[in-house]
Design a protein around this ligand. Structure first.
Ligand code: SF4
Length: 373
């Protein structure tokens, strides 16, 4: 797999999307970030808020929608507040943690509960049982990677046990947890870090051909570190070059993909009931004909549609089926990224009130990342 990155296109697209969000244009006038739904009782309690976000990250490794996870975690917190207290979790058995997660989230209960439990033990052992202690003195992205990224599979010889990081936290999760803490105002000092890259960021990058992939192996494209890394580096470069806030960059891409691409008929697929991991793509052309209005309201009014050559459905990525694990238990064979040529039939016929003035790309924001220049 070879990956080519188009920085100029990234600058243009990000400039347009940032301006749209600032001016609260559709879909940003109605977009909601899951972390902003967090109840005030959690948000107003810094130790709890920091640990709530830390544990939420155990489900941000991919395969399940963030909003679904956050909503389930709010219920878990209301019923089992000890699930967010590292000292208490460390004393429980793995089975107890797994039962709670399986009942309320279902997906990935085995692995998520194992990491939830093991990481609680690490917090007790190395960080005084407080997630806030991981944040204390955290003033750079490099230090974040040093403290948080799991290095157990690498040849690392260190006398500092904290340097081995936390289970399940690779580069993406380091960015994700710093992003969440940044959003929550929990960082002591603002610093530059690579914005987190998940399926939604990849969808836009590939669909808009900011990132092009060639020489694919058989089986197509999977959501893997090899794809995420150049995107993360590109966004980090952009934040540094244009003095942009990583939070804003992560948000505009994520929200545009979720709230516009995600509801467009061009990204809709249907699971084949007989073969639950297969998705019906063949009948799309026919179905699209009957959804003209919906296409106009999504791709038809998309401010970056002139760059968009591929529609990327979420179904094959979040692909899952319910099996013997019970109603909430799910078996996953997701992670597939399928690039479908995007229908452009309706690009130029959006009604007047849906047309957008194309904003000019944002210039350098003064004031951010001065210390890095
Ligand atoms: S044209 Fe459609 S699929 Fe492409 S970026 Fe815009 S909304 Fe998403």
């Amino acid at each position: 797999m070879e990956i080519e990155v188009d920085r100029d296109r990234a600058v243009e697209v990000l400039g347009v999307l940032r301006e749209l969000r600032r001016q609260k244009y559709y879909p940003f006038d109605r977009s909601v970030l899951p972390q902003t739904l967090t109840p005030a009782s959690i948000q107003n309690n810094r130790p709890l808020h920091s640990s709530f976000l830390f544990y939420a990250c155990h489900y941000m490794r991919g395969g399940i929608e963030s909003e679904q996870v956050f909503r389930a975690l709010f219920v878990i917190h209301a019923k089992y507040p000890w699930m967010f207290e590292p000292g208490v979790v460390a004393e429980k058995s793995h089975e107890e943690i797994k039962a709670v997660l399986k009942n309320h989230i279902g997906w990935d209960a085995e692995t998520a509960s194992k990491y939830w439990w093991l990481n609680s033990q690490l917090l007790v052992k190395h960080w005084g049982g407080e997630v806030l202690n991981v944040i204390r003195g955290l003033h750079s992205y490099e230090e974040g990677k040093r403290r948080i990224r799991n290095k157990r599979s690498e040849e690392l010889y260190s006398l500092d046990s904290t340097e081995f990081g936390f289970y399940g936290f690779q580069e993406k999760m380091v960015s994700m947890i710093i992003y969440f803490w940044d959003w929550a105002g929990l960082l002591e000092k603002k610093f530059l870090y690579a914005p987190p890259v998940d399926f939604h960021h990849c969808r836009l990058m590939l669909g808009l051909e900011i990132v092009k992939v060639s020489n694919l192996n058989r089986g197509g494209l999977r959501y893997v570190e090899k794809l995420q890394e150049p995107i993360r580096n590109l966004l980090l470069w952009y934040c540094r070059r244009y003095k942009a806030d990583p939070k804003e960059i992560a948000d505009v891409l994520w929200l545009h993909s979720k709230d516009l691409c995600g509801i467009s008929p061009v990204t809709t697929t249907w699971e084949d009931k007989e073969n639950p991991f297969e998705f019906d793509i063949a009948t799309r052309a026919q179905i699209l004909k009957g959804q003209k209005k919906k296409i106009i309201q999504t791709c038809g009014v998309c401010a970056v549609r002139h760059f968009c050559n591929y529609a990327i459905p979420a179904g094959p990525y979040y692909g899952r089926t319910q099996e013997e694990q019970g109603k909430r238990g799910r078996v996953v064979d997701g992670g597939k990224i399928i690039l479908l040529p995007r229908s452009k039939n309706f690009d130029n016929i959006a009604p007047k009130d849906f047309r957008f003035r194309r904003p000019s790309p944002i210039d350098v924001q003064e004031g951010l990342w001065k210390e890095i220049d």
